[in-house]
Design a protein around this ligand. Sequence first.
Ligand code: ZN
Length: 75
Amino acid sequence: MNCVVCKSGTTTLGTTTVTLDRGATVVVVRHVPAHICDNCGEVYLESDASKQVMEIAQAAVAAGTVVQIQEYRAA
Ligand SMILES: [Zn+2]
């Protein structure tokens, strides 16, 4: 797909590291599948990956975790 940020790049499938900062909790999820712009580097998570990252973050917040770093795993 075409990048909506720079409007000149195209995205290719790769992986990225997602960092979520939720109050006292920081969650880092590595190797999340994403479409990445070859021009500006903007990252587009697929809806499934985005949903799962949010669920990981919510679980960490609920557990009172301060810092959590983990690998992405497909649902
Ligand atoms: Zn771009």
